[in-house]
Design a protein around this ligand. Sequence first.
Ligand code: ZN
Length: 395
Amino acid sequence: MSMRIYAYYKDSYLTKLTTRVNDIKHIDNDSMWIKLDDTVFYPGGGGQASDKGTLNHLPVDEVKREGDDIWHRLSSTDSIKTGAQVNVSIDWPHRYYNMQQHSGQHLLSSVLNRFGYPTVSVHLGDIITLIEIENGVPEDQKLAQIESEANALIRAAKPIQMHITSPSEAGHFPLRRAPVEVDELRIVQMEDADCVACGGTHVRNTSEIGYIKIAGTEKIRGRVRVQCYIGKMADEYFSGLHQSSEALKKLLNTDYDDFPERVKQLLADKRTYKREKNKLEQTILEWKARDLVTQLEPDAPVVHHIPGEHVAEQAFYMARFILNELQKTTLITANERFYLGVPPLTQKDAREFMNEHGQRFGMKGGGSPDFVQGKAKNLPLEQIEQALHTWLERS
Ligand SMILES: [Zn+2]
C-alpha cells in the first residue's frame, strides 16, 4: 500500500483548502476528531510542531497522525457532518515560523555533519532551536566557521526542492542520513548543501531562513546540544543584545568592545573596596571591644548585641578578638546568632555553660572549651550576663 500524499506534503505554502469530511469520531460532549479527504494541516513530527488553524472558522485544537490518517480535534461538535464540504485554513505566521526554523535546522545540521558532527535529534522551540550532535563539543573557532558557512549558504539563496520518490529511487540521492522506512519517500534537497528524506514543511529557498546565530553549546546525557537562533528569533536575539549593549554603553561610558576590560576593572575595584571596608570595620570593632572592656569590672564578662542585618560576621570577629586579644569572657549576639568566648585562664569550659543554661535561654550550638557558637532568638542579655557572672565566680 502506498502512503497517502496530503496537500501540505506537496506544497508547504498552501494555507487554505476546500475539502470534505471523511469521518468523525466523537470522544465526549465537548470535542470530536475529524478526518478529511485532504488537509493542509501538518500533524507534527521530526521535532516540528503541528499546525494551528481553523475548520469552517472553528479553531482546530489539535492535529495528529494515526497510521496513514490525519485527525483534527474541534471543541465545538455541532454543525459538522460526514460528507459535508468544509474550508480549512492554517495559522500561516505560526507555520511559516516553523518552516523557517525547520529549514534552518536542516541547513545547520548539514554543515555540522560536514565538520564531523552528525545530528542525533532536534528540538524546534518557541525561542531557541536545539540540535543534539555526536562527537563532542566543537571548539569555538570551529563553531564560528560552521555558523559562517551556514550563513553563506543562506546568502547564496539556494533553492530547496522536494522530490516525492520511492525507497529504490531514493538511493540515487546523496542522503545525509538513512531514511526511516516508508513506502513513499519525500526527499528534501537544498542545492549544494543538504539532502535528506523528510516529511516536514520547508521554505523554498535558503534565503528565507534569514540568519542563523549559534548561541552556545551545552552537554546533556553525554551528548552535546548546539543552541541556535534562526530567522525571526535571530533578529530578536540581536535586537535584545543591542538594547543591552546600548544600556551598558551609557552605564560604562565606553563602546561594546571595551565592556569585558571595563567590567574586569570594576570587579577588581570592588574586591579592593571590600577588603578595605573589612579592615576598617575590624578596626572599629576592635575599638568598640576595648571600649566595652574599660566600662566593666575587671572580671566581668563582655555581653553585647550588634543590631542590623548581615552583621553575624562582625559579631564573630568581635567575639574572637575579645577572647584572643583581650583575654575576656564574652557573649556577642547578632542576626539570631551568638558567639561565646571563655579564655583558658578562667579554667572554665564554655560547653559546660551551654549544658547548664543553653536550654533555658534557647541557645543551640557547639564548639570547643574556649569558643561556642550557634543560634538563638531574642536572648535576654541582662539575665544571661547575670548567669555568666555567677557561673564564672563559682569554683
Ligand atoms: Zn525537513
